[in-house]
Design a protein around this ligand. Sequence first.
Ligand SMILES: Cc1cc2nc3c(=O)[nH]c(=O)nc-3n(C[C@H](O)[C@H](O)[C@H](O)COP(=O)(O)OP(=O)(O)OC[C@H]3O[C@@H](n4cnc5c(N)ncnc54)[C@H](O)[C@@H]3O)c2cc1C
Length: 283
Amino acid sequence: MYDVIIIGSGPAGISAALYLKRAKKNVLILSQGKSALEKAEKIENYYGIISISGKELYKIGIKQAERLQIPIEQDEVTNISYENHFIVTTVNREYEASYVILATGTNRIAPNIKGIREFEGKGVSYCAICDAFFYRGKDVAVIGNGNYALHEAKQLKPVVKSVTILTDGKEMVQNRDASDFAIDEEPIREFRGNSVIEEVEFVNNKKKKIDGVFVAIGTASSTDLARKIGAVVKNNTIVVNENMETTVKGLYACGDCTGGLLQVNKAVYEGAKAALSISGAKA
Ligand SMILES: Cc1cc2nc3c(=O)[nH]c(=O)nc-3n(C[C@H](O)[C@H](O)[C@H](O)COP(=O)(O)OP(=O)(O)OC[C@H]3O[C@@H](n4cnc5c(N)ncnc54)[C@H](O)[C@@H]3O)c2cc1C
């Protein structure tokens, strides 16, 4: 069991790891997908660095953690739960920890498909474990084509009548569990309904009746993971106190996922603060 699992290897996650390692904590970083930093062509507003590409700064952060022998596993986190300690589920296995730090960057943007925004809370959900119950015996769809979409489909399967994975024109990830589900790879035109979602229409004019849609595109974002364990999320950012602790004891969040200034300096500061709070030296 780890003292602390950090999800994310961007500025917030690496900063937290450096402080925790120096405080002699047994720490693991789990990371999968892109850091926002990798999209930044040039960073020219960070103290002491005149100009650097985001990609290069990201690589230096990883090297800095490796220099302190901090393990970094390339593994996608799909769930967090709690049973006396935290259980972090990835595509490949489960990890246990006394504390978890969410440092997975900003929330994923909802797909730009007509009807998604309009039906949020009226048939469109972002969390299977939170909302599956409301769709007992109903026909639902999951939008996505990766391991996270499969994870959400697996959570829904025992509760609902049917689950169809809608990849919206993309190819489904190669995973043997995918064969347990109906998969429709047609591009989607829109979701329709009156007061709640009733059907999906595809670009080829085909229609399918559905009672609910679960959005699970790409990897699970910080807010997706926070919601699953019951932490409060407001305006798509995770609510934290002055120590970067979420409303779930032992679960911390830092960086872009807590909102405010979406910059490297704020992510680094919050990572350090979360680490110091956990190691007992409150900032
Ligand atoms: C185009 C662009 C330009 C920018 N320019 C600047 C600038 O000039 N100056 C500046 O200060 N900031 C800039 N930023 C913002 C800066 O990149 C972010 O504020 C910073 O990267 C946030 O750090 P973070 O650690 O919170 O998140 P991120 O850097 O986004 O890191 C998130 C980490 O979480 C991991 N992750 C996500 N989901 C999962 C999952 N389910 N399982 C496992 N791991 C997961 C990812 O692999 C990644 O390692 C820019 C951003 C963009 C997009």
